[in-house]
Write a protein that binds this ligand. Structure first.
Ligand code: PDD
Length: 279
């Protein structure tokens, strides 16, 4: 497999220095972009978010959104990717270990591809989730490499036989360990506002556009654990999970324990978007 590292297309046994700030401090940011039938999905949105995340932690990358798209296209062709993802990681660069930002450091830019099919069975049947305390930092809007809180909660879910941890901070449902969370109540879709407590998901934005086009009320307001458990439908969204129904939370059925009609409608409209929204 060919990867992209700091300006060159190289073999995947290329290495990164032990002095990389991503290794030492998790000092970097990342993105995951979906590839459907060899084409990037919502790539511009992902790279605009990458540049924003980088700017929030004062990393300047030499690449524009279009440069990143061109690199992805090269990798997709070189690795012959049909369905899969491109992973993009930018760290502050190599410097002797010292917490403060080093001066005159060049970011390390890494891109690689993965092959993965759409999770069709889970999308049809729905998944189980648990609730977990959201003990992450207060800048969840930055797609940071620091994912300890997320992975600890994801592991809690997996250990409990579930696929996602729905995180709750001070009684408020924020987001999943690697997804955004939505409830449906009396025909309305409700999700946490896009502020510092969640990542403003690209899939979340696509869902919002679909809801607007279908005249389904879409409210970005906070809701609590009781509202989550009393919801008619619950679903999560991410680049790899798309619109993923949640049919059981903490061992209790959501609604009737079946995939609900609003979730099904969003899934079918999302399928249409996959065809029209490619770069
Ligand atoms: N995760 N919230 C968190 C904490 C996430 O990690 C993700 C995505 C999302 C959804 O964002 P998007 O729709 O842009 O993928 C929300 C990626 C896929 C990951 O870490 O693999």
């Amino acid at each position: 497999m060919v990867i992209f590292l700091n300006g060159s297309y190289v073999s995947n046994d290329a290495t990164i220095s032990y002095n990389d700030r991503g290794i030492q401090f998790g000092d970097g940011i990342y993105e995951v972009v979906r590839v459907y039938h060899g084409e990037l999905f919502t790539a511009t949105e992902h790279f605009e978010r990458l540049v924003r995340s980088a700017a929030e932690i004062a990393i300047e990358t030499e690449y524009t959104t279009q440069d990143y798209i061109d690199i992805c296209k090269q990798l997709i062709a070189k690795n012959n990717i049909d369905n899969g993802t491109v992973y993009i990681q930018v760290t502050r660069g190599d410097a002797p270990r010292n917490h403060a930002y080093p001066i005159d450091v060049k970011p390390n830019v890494l891109l690689y591809t993965n092959t993965s099919e759409r999770p069709m069975q889970d999308m049809q049947q729905g998944i189980k989730a648990i609730t977990a305390e959201d003990f992450r930092w207060l800048r969840c809007d930055i797609k940071s490499l620091n994912l300890l809180g997320n992975i600890m909660n994801k592991q809690k879910a997996v250990t409990a036989g579930a696929k996602e941890a729905i995180q709750i901070r001070n009684g408020i449902v924020t987001e999943g360990a690697s997804s955004n969370v939505f409830i449906v109540k009396e025909g309305k879709i409700i999700t946490h506002p896009a502020n510092n407590f969640i990542l403003n998901g690209i899939t979340r934005r696509v869902i919002k556009e679909i809801a607007d086009a279908e005249s389904i009320p879409f409210e970005e307001v906070t809701f609590d654990e009781k509202a989550l458990k009393d919801a008619d439908e619950v679903f999560i969204s991410s680049t790899s999970l798309e619109v993923m129904p949640v049919v059981e939370i903490d061992g209790e059925n959501v609604g009737q324990g079946q995939v609900g009609p609003v979730t099904k409608l969003l899934q079918s409209k999302f399928d249409e978007q996959i065809i029209t929204n490619q770069a």
